[in-house]
Design a protein around this ligand. Structure first.
Ligand code: AMP
Ligand code: MG
Length: 404
């Protein structure tokens, strides 16, 4: 099979996945999910006209001439705390003590702030400032009107959106549930941190990094451990992953070496290979395969290649599975601080760092760009995409893809 360009690979990856079917979730567990259906409200917010301040509900006409040197005295007909219906009605020359959020009594058309009054003799208040009709009143429905669309399908439910749903009395929301994404690292050389290393062994870093990227993408990582470079072990673990998870990320074993068995195992498990190899650096060996609705992403094992292929190819698919429309990495406009060169024939993703000098954002490539150099990604805050066979001069405007 031919090598794909990055746009071709992205198109394939995105067309292999769909938003997860909608499900009801409690408000608390809907946080971070995407709303699957429009939320119309039966309630208005506010539900009724209420006071924006602590003070006195008045008839504005009664206090139109009030001032510092012209106190208007009103009889206090009652008190209206929040949480109770208004039990008084306001006749001319009277008022009601009222508190923030309490309903406006009939007859009143404004509220004078407590700070603009002085208590007079028992049962009377002196108003020291005029108010306009409607002042300090929060009108019924001015936030959300009954019957209106409160939250549209496709909305990402953050704390504010969950709070709005709660204010409208929602108990559950119809959402696209978070995809469960299996992470399986492969390699006979890998050892879990915490155990002693024998000669030739290294600590598995990709499990931790990939589980973190998956979680940052709003999905639930399912850690599947380390698979040996044998068909038996890979088959058992990938099969389990495909049955238990919505998507599977394998790391390592997708290149051309004798122990690179992931592609064969995927085929033996009944997966359809969509493509293998992408014209990008790092990250050329990358395989996409599907089995029914399930999708397997086979990432290369070098930690930087795994991270970059995740960010460029896997993350957009996971965001689409969550029901999001915007699946791109956030970008920042910047100027190159140094030359960025790509002598190769593949799209290069340079690990870079932004710096701000005199209010200008500049990006500087990190010195060691090898795909095994973990510090190049650990110290980077962005990737700069450099098309094949090109030299970008210092001072050129570029878009930095921000690493979440
Ligand atoms: P592979 O893609 O399996 O050929 O692996 C390429 C390189 O990445 C090798 O040097 C591996 O030892 C290394 N590697 C593979 N998987 C991991 C991992 N989970 N953690 C750290 N390094 C890894
Ligand atoms: Mg390997």
């Amino acid at each position: 099979m031919n090598i794909c360009t990055v746009p071709e690979a992205r198109e394939q990856v995105l067309s292999a996945v769909r938003p997860r079917p909608a499900r009801k979730e409690s408000l608390a567990s809907a946080l971070g999910c995407v709303l699957a259906a429009d939320l119309h409200t039966a309630l208005s917010l506010p539900g009724w006209d209420n006071s924006a301040v602590d003070g006195y509900a008045v008839r504005a006409a009664d206090v139109s001439s009030a001032g510092e040197n012209n106190a208007i005295h009103l009889r206090i007909a009652g008190e209206i705390p929040a949480g109770k219906p208004a039990s008084v009605s306001i006749e001319p020359q009277t008022c009601a003590r009222i508190f923030t959020g309490a309903p406006i009594p009939t007859g009143a058309d404004a509220v004078v702030m407590q700070e603009q009054t002085r208590l007079h003799t028992e049962g009377y208040v002196a108003v020291l400032e005029a108010v306009d009709s409607g002042e300090n009143i929060r009108r019924a429905g001015e936030d959300v009107t009954a019957g209106a669309l409160a939250l549209a399908a496709g909305t990402l439910l953050g704390p504010a959106q969950i709070g709005l749903a709660a204010a409208l009395g929602a108990v559950e929301l119809s959402v696209h549930p978070r995809p469960r994404v299996g992470v399986l690292v492969t390699g006979a050389e890998l050892v879990e941190p915490g155990r002693p290393l024998q000669a030739g062994q290294i600590y598995d870093s990709n499990s931790f990094a990939l589980a973190g990227y998956v979680r940052q993408a709003g999905c639930e990582p399912v850690e599947l451990g380390i698979a040996d470079d044998t068909k038996e072990d890979l088959q058992e673990k990938i099969d389990y992953a495909l049955s238990e998870c919505d998507a599977v990320i394998t790391v390592g074993g997708v290149s051309v070496g004798a122990y690179d068995l992931v592609k064969d195992v995927l085929a033996e498990l009944g997966c359809e290979q969509k493509f293998w190899k992408v014209a990008m650096r790092p990250g050329k060996p990358f395989v996409l395969a599907t089995r029914g609705e399930k999708v397997a992403f086979g990432l290369p094992g070098n930690p930087v290649s795994a991270a970059v292929t995740f960010l460029i190819l896997v993350r957009p698919a996971l965001l689409k599975m969550r029901g999001l429309n915007d699946v791109e990495l956030p970008v920042a406009d910047a100027e190159t601080a140094e030359e960025f060169v790509n002598r190769g024939e593949r799209t290069l993703y340079v690990r870079a760092r932004r710096e701000w000098i005199g209010g200008k954002c500049r990006v500087r490539p990190l010195p060691h760009q090898g795909s095994h150099v973990l510090s190049s990604i650990a110290n980077a805050d962005c990737l700069v995409e450099v098309p094949e066979a090109i030299r970008i001069a210092p001072g050129t405007k570029v878009r930095a893809l921000l690493i979440p």
